[in-house]
Design a protein around this ligand. Structure first.
Ligand SMILES: CC/C=C\C/C=C\C/C=C\C/C=C\C/C=C\C/C=C\CCCCC(=O)SCCNC(=O)CCNC(=O)[C@H](O)C(C)(C)COP(=O)(O)OP(=O)(O)OC[C@H]1O[C@@H](n2cnc3c(N)ncnc32)[C@H](O)[C@@H]1OP(=O)(O)O
Ligand SMILES: Cc1cc2nc3c(=O)[nH]c(=O)nc-3n(C[C@H](O)[C@H](O)[C@H](O)COP(=O)(O)OP(=O)(O)OC[C@H]3O[C@@H](n4cnc5c(N)ncnc54)[C@H](O)[C@@H]3O)c2cc1C
Length: 677
């Protein structure tokens, strides 16, 4: 152990970690600034982290694993109020800082110091407020937004029902306009129409955005959004006509009180229909305002965009834990009479972990780029231009699907990399995994969203066939008709072009398959269904090509004025990422490019050399994510590497250790062992 001063405190640091940090050859702060989107953001983030975490209010006295479900929820509500107060105060102090807002990555990061699972207010921050911002008229906005931002009301987003989640047009809850009273009557006509899943609905919120089928003058106009009060603002009792409760234990999100909601002819004022995109006049006349009918789905697009950033952060946490632990952990004896090596020195361990570091960078840069695209499309929509929306929908759908899926898979690999101790709840890897695993399903299931992107790609292909211009992310399709396979080029640019060829080849194969089925007499819908396995694969290939291109270009752009070693290490990670996926997808490359067996051998050699090049900087790279111990919440991943001490300290907190003999011994085990039971 070595003693080190950190933030004014003297701490003991594991000697292996001290050596690792001494080996690091680049400026860690510089990389942190790049990942944060600039030094100004890092300074701001650290300031808010200090304000909100230094007083210890985020800490639990008893680890929440030992609390009952009810106590865990109550504890989460208590801490949510502290957390929300910090956001309110800091937001007021931060006016003018355009990069930080209500849902800023900074507030997101500190949330993890407060909640091992989630805050019951997550859907208030992530969905209720964004829906108010996106779906209200200016008058409605003036009424609802300040109340929601001040937490005078707390809300959630209630869309999914027992019977339907994916197929929104199939939702059954009705909102029928009554012109006599100028009210909507909300009703749940069947068991399958019961609302199910909304976060915070069970016990926490008093308002919600409800998605329901709008009926007026006897005509159904499809799903629309309504602001519905469900609990009394004083007593918090459910209002008449409302049945609401918690849906019970889940694989994760257990402090999130996901709920059910049943309407029995519940009335709300006409003004509570969110009327930015469509209106119902007092006499019941339906007026469509928006030019694109899917603008009602805007909150989902927003959350899908946010989730990409969410994935980058969660993977950064998991790999920080796994790399630090792998530097501390020593195991086996590959050579006789030699000390046990750090497990990080095993090539196979580097193969598990360095791709996770690279992926966290790739997702961070892709997420920043996607967010910019999102804000630019929002600006277009404000100017009544809706032609950029389909591309945003296609991009956010596939990126949400692939990033959540990759991130869950890589977090599980981080757990494997930590052996048995990775399975301890105190490693925090199981919590991170159960949190991330749900993201592949919610906000649009993986397969469903990739099929949305595939629709866009098939249409784009038809445009390219007609030699019509297409948007930037699919411009590579224009080269799909070049007949000759180009010689394999293993440079970064060459690999990206090769994967664009793979994507184009897969889309082309889907088109051929759909047309083949149509020629055999199938209608388009059936031909589409028969092609869906390939369509999902084509959308995945397209998405990966977008990520490779974005990661590569953003790395060059963001390190243009960096110090040489920072530039090198960031480029090495990007190259590692491209090599890793080339080796993972050799089948695709063999099918659609001129890659040979010899090229695969070369790729493998280059990949393994790159692992060795990155090895000395591995701990420095995860330190650069700059995730405070309070946020990591891990016995294995703390900055000081006191792994075994922390494991023991945590074990001693188990209530089972409070007494030398548990009463069940005398009550059950002893009589059983003595043959008396
Ligand atoms: C611990 C943290 C603590 C504190 C937090 C602090 C701060 C917060 C920070 C960040 C928060 C932000 C986010 C991160 C984290 C979490 C978020 C919080 C909670 C999330 C919990 C989960 C919430 C939910 O799951 S809500 C429910 C979501 N449900 C879905 O996604 C359903 C999926 N289904 C669909 O989207 C659609 O039904 C469908 C797309 C599959 C089909 O729709 P539909 O049948 O109507 O359309 P089609 O006929 O198929 O298509 C017609 C054409 O329309 C096009 N289309 C479809 N959708 C869209 C769209 N959205 N936009 C544009 N165009 C669209 C479609 O492509 C067709 O086009 P074509 O040209 O005709 O082909
Ligand atoms: C933790 C968590 C939190 C949630 N929070 C909220 C919330 O706050 N508010 C809210 O409204 N909802 C919420 N949800 C619900 C969530 O949005 C839905 O569960 C999700 O959209 C998936 O829909 P589903 O459950 O209907 O799945 P289904 O559509 O029933 O999916 C089942 C299977 O069928 C497949 N499938 C479905 N349709 C097709 C198709 N067309 N083609 C091919 N395959 C298909 C899917 O790929 C999947 O494998 C939450 C869910 C979870 C797990």
């Amino acid at each position: 152990m070595k003693i080190k001063m950190l933030a004014g405190k003297t701490i003991e640091i594991n000697v292996d970690l001290v050596k690792e940090r001494a080996k690091c050859n680049f400026n860690i702060r510089e990389v942190t600034h790049i990942l944060d989107g600039g030094e100004k953001n890092t300074i701001q983030r650290k300031k808010i982290e200090d304000i909100s975490l230094n007083d210890g209010q985020s800490r639990d006295v008893i680890p929440e694993e030992y609390l009952s479900p009810k106590e865990r929820y109550e504890n989460a509500v208590k801490k949510s109020c502290i957390y929300a107060r910090i956001i309110k105060t800091e937001l007021m102090n931060m006016t003018g800082l355009e990069t930080l807002g209500f849902n800023s990555p900074v507030f997101r990061r500190i949330a993890d110091a407060y909640f091992k699972e989630v805050t019951p207010l997550l859907a208030h921050f992530g969905m209720f407020v964004p829906t108010i911002m996106g779906q209200c008229t200016p008058e409605q906005l003036a009424h609802w937004l300040p109340r929601a931002l001040n937490f005078e009301i707390v809300g959630t987003y209630v869309q999914t029902e027992l019977g339907h989640g994916t197929f929104i047009r199939g939702l059954e809850t009705t909102a029928t306009y009554d012109p006599q009273t100028e009210e909507f009557v909300l009703h749940s006509p069947t068991l399958s129409s019961y609302k199910w899943w909304a976060g915070g609905l069970g016990k926490t919120v008093n308002y919600c955005v409800v998605v329901a089928q709008l009926y007026t003058k006897g005509v159904c106009h499809g799903v629309h959004t309504f602001i519905v009060q469900i609990r009394d603002e004083e007593t918090h009792m459910p209002l008449p006509g409302i049945r609401v409760g918690d849906i019970g234990p889940k694989m994760g999100y257990n402090t999130g009180d996901n709920g059910f909601l049943v309407f029995n002819h519940h009335r709300i004022p006409r003004e509570n229909m969110m009327m930015k995109n469509a209106q119902v006049l007092k006499d019941g006349t339906y007026v469509k305002v928006a030019r694109h009918e899917k603008l009602t789905y805007g909150t989902m697009v927003y959350v899908r965009v946010m989730l990409v950033n969410e994935m980058a952060f969660n993977l950064a946490k998991a790999v920080t834990i796994a790399v630090r632990y792998s530097a501390v952990r020593r195991q086996s004896q590959p050579k006789p009479n030699q000390p046990e090596p750090q497990v990080l020195d095993y090539l196979t361990q580097q193969h598990k972990l360095f791709i996770c570091i690279a992926t966290a960078h790739a997702l961070q840069f892709t997420s920043d780029w996607l967010y910019k695209t999102f804000t630019s499309v929002l600006a277009d929509i404000r100017d009544d231009k809706i032609d950029t929306l389909p591309e945003l929908h296609a991009l956010s759908s596939c990126l949400k699907a692939i990033c959540t899926s990759d991130c869950a898979a890589f977090i599980e690999i981080c757990r494997f990399a930590c052996g048995g101790h990775g399975y301890m709840a105190s490693s925090n890897l199981s919590m991170i995994y159960s949190y991330v695993s749900a993201t592949r399903t919610y906000e649009g299931d993986y397969t469903v969203l990739l099929l949305q992107t595939a629709r866009f790609l098939v249409k784009a292909w038809e445009q390219v066939e007609k030699r019509r211009p297409v948007t930037s992310t699919i411009s590579y399709l224009s080269h799909a008709f070049d007949k000759l396979k180009k010689p394999w080029d293993g440079s970064n640019e060459g690999i990206i072009r090769a994967f664009q060829r793979v994507a184009a080849g897969k889309i082309s194969a889907c088109i051929n398959c759909i047309r083949y089925h149509q020629k055999s007499g199938k209608d388009f819908e059936d031909a589409w269904q028969l092609t869906t396995i390939q369509l999902v694969a084509a959308a995945e290939a397209h998405c990966r090509a977008v990520i490779y291109d974005t990661y590569y270009n953003e790395t060059i752009r963001l390190t243009a004025s960096s110090s040489p070693n920072v530039k090198s290490v960031m480029e090495q990670l990007c190259t590692l990422y491209l090599l890793y996926w080339s080796l993972e997808r050799t089948g695709d490359l063999l099918r659609f490019t001129s890659l040979s067996e010899k090229d695969i051998f070369d790729l493998q050699q280059r990949y393994e050399k790159m692992l060795a090049v990155i090895r000395p900087n591995a701990v420095g790279l995860v330190d650069a994510f700059d995730i405070r111990d309070e946020i990591l919440n891990s016995t294995l991943g703390a900055y000081d590497g006191r792994v075994y001490e922390r494991l023991m300290e945590e074990a001693l907190k188990s209530p089972l250790n409070a007494e030398p003999v548990n009463s069940s011994f005398h009550k059950h085990l002893k009589p059983f062992m003595q043959g008396k039971l």
